[in-house]
Design a protein around this ligand. Structure first.
Ligand code: COA
Length: 258
């Protein structure tokens, strides 16, 4: 384990753990982190020693999502951008992925969970998908996966209003498998990951791919279409106002845009 990395990697007992490690920015994912995550997931998927990939963050924050200054300074341009490489690696991984969420999960911090097999949250975790609030559009295949998981109305509520919701609601709508007291979250999630790692690996991979068979192709198409729309929305006046407002720590004003 290297403690100075923005994404820490640890491989033990067949579990490759990738830990977001940029706590001073609430683990906001920058280009280097997306690239490290994409490479980590791909490497884990190809390494026979790895049986489970685990994603987690810091004690007080899972991740605040995409680095908002990067949206202005280094916006994604296409399928070869680090964020798209991360989404492709995540959505195409053959091995099971487990997530342990403590603190805030925002934006892609929530939508990445839709690609995991097992998601555990601490009781104090919070969730928010403020894509529309930012003048952007949902990403990571969430416009396909969320309604599939919880129905149109509940998905629309979470995406269009962009409100923060708690761990119990995340469990109720199906994003989270189980909620544990914050103090036990990591050990509980690891115990489940170990249980999964002890299962016959080829059978686990086959079951995962069969579970996704019905929508696997549509998922890749959706990620690409959302990605193209997202890139276009970054140039919209609504997004410009929202991002400037975040930097200036003020409320955005969308009233002048039709
Ligand atoms: N991108 C870039 N910087 C971010 C960030 C993000 N997504 N989220 C937080 N930060 C930075 C803040 O600008 C601040 O930096 P500073 O100390 O240099 O001023 C620092 O991280 C701490 O953030 P702060 O808002 O003070 O922390 P908090 O604990 O009060 O709130 C969040 C945590 C996650 C609820 C809040 O930071 C937030 O809502 N962030 C934006 C999330 C977002 O919109 N993500 C994009 C979704 S598409």
């Amino acid at each position: 384990m290297c403690g100075t990395e923005l994404v820490e990697t640890d491989l033990s007992e067949g579990i490759l753990t990738l830990t977001f490690n940029r706590p001073e920015k609430r683990n906001a994912l920058n280009l280097a982190m997306y690239a490290a995550l994409a490479a980590g997931i791909r490497k884990g998927d190809d390494d026979d020693v790895v049986r489970v990939i685990m994603l987690t963050g810091s004690d007080d924050c899972f991740t605040s999502g995409n680095d908002l200054s990067d949206f202005l300074a280094a916006p994604p341009t296409g399928l070869d951008s680090p964020v798209m490489q991360f989404l492709l690696a995540l959505s195409q991984a053959r091995k099971p992925i487990v997530a342990a969420v403590k603190g805030a999960a925002v934006g892609v911090g929530v939508t990445m969970l839709l690609h995991c097999e097992l998601v555990y949250a601490g009781s104090g975790a919070t969730f928010q998908m403020p894509f529309v609030d930012l003048g952007l559009c949902p990403e990571a295949g969430s416009t396909l996966l969320l309604p599939r998981l919880m129905g149109h109305q509940r998905a629309a509520e979470l995406l269009l209003l962009g409100e923060t919701f708690d761990a119990e609601k995340a469990r109720e709508v199906g994003i989270v498998n189980a909620v544990y007291p914050d103090a036990y979250l990591l050990s509980a999630a690891r115990a489940k990951a170990l249980q999964l790692a002890a299962q016959p690996a080829a059978a686990v991979r086959l079951a995962k791919s069969l579970l996704k068979r019905e929508y696997a192709d549509r998922l890749q198409e959706t990620i690409a279409e959302e990605g193209a729309q997202f890139v276009a929305r970054l140039k919209s006046p609504e997004a410009a106002e929202a991002l400037q407002a975040f930097m200036q720590r003020r409320k955005p004003d969308f009233s002048r845009f039709a």
